[in-house]
Write a protein that binds this ligand. Sequence first.
Ligand code: B12
Length: 214
Amino acid sequence: MSETLKQLQEVVIVGEPDQARKLAAQALEEGVAPLIAIEGALNPGMQVVGDRYERGEYFIPDLVMAAEAMKAAMAVFEPALMARQEQRRVLGTVVIGTVKGDIHEIGKSLVATMLSAAGFQVHDLGVDVPACDFVKQVQETGANVVGLSALLTTTMRNQGMVIEALKEAGLREQVKVVIGGAPSNPEWAQTIGADAYAENANEAVAVVTQLLEV
Ligand code: B12
C-alpha cells in the first residue's frame, strides 16, 4: 500500500475528516484508482474502528468521527468513480436504503455509488427507511431492484418486513430484492425470501447484473 493510502487509513481510524479529504485528493493526484483506495484503505480502516469499539477501546463519538472522515474521503472519490464510466444505456432501476431503525449509511451509499457507476439508475432513500417508503418508491419509479441494507442484528428483520410489504402491495414479482450489511448472509436472504445477498459493493454490482440478466 502506498504511503498516502497508509496515512489515509490512519486518519479514518483516528477520525480526522479534513485530513481524510486532503489525503484522498492526494491519492487521486498520485494516480491511485478510487476503488483501490476505498477497498484497500477506507474499508479496512473502518474495520479497525469497529474492532476497537467491540473491545471497549472506542466509544460512539469515535465511531462518529471515523464515519465523518470516511464520508469526507468518499466525497472526493465519488466523482472520480463516476467519471470513469462512459454514458451508456440504463441497465435497470434500483431503489436502495437502510431499513427502519438503522442509521448506518456508509456501506449502503457505497453500494449506491457503485451501482450508478455501473449504469443503473439509483434512487437512494437514505437511512431509517420504513417499509412503506420502499413500496411507494418502487410504485413511483417502476424499479426492478430493491436493495436493503442493515448493519444491526436488531434491524435485519426489517429487511424481511420490506419484502412482506412488497408482497402485500402486489409488487414482489416485479422486483428482485438484494440484501447486504454485516449481519446479513446468504442463509438470511433465503430465510426472508430475498433473491440475493452481496457481501460488498463490487459483489452487489455483479449480483444485480446477474439477477437482471443485463
Ligand atoms: C461507523 C459506525 C457507526 C456510525 C454510523 C455513521 C454513518 N453515518 O453511517 C454510528 C456512530 C452512527 C453508529 C451507531 C451505532 N452502531 Co455502529 N458501527 C459503525 C462501524 C464502525 C462501521 C460501519 C461502516 O460504515 N463500515 C464501512 C462500510 C463501507 O462497510 P459496511 O457498512 O459493512 O458496508 C459494506 C457491506 O456490508 C455491503 N453492504 C452494506 N449495505 C448493503 C446493502 C446492499 C443492498 C448490499 C447488496 C450490500 C451492502 O457493502 C458495503 C460496501 O462494501 C461498524 C463496525 C463494522 N466493522 O462494520 C459499527 C457497528 C455496525 N455498529 C454497531 C452498533 C452496536 C451501533 C449502535 C447500536 C451503538 C449504540 N450503542 O448506540 C448504534 C446504532 C445506531 C442505529 N440506530 O443505527 C455494531 C453492530 C452490532 C450488531 N451486530 O448489531 C457494529 C458492528 C460495531 C460492533 N462491532 O459492535 N455506528
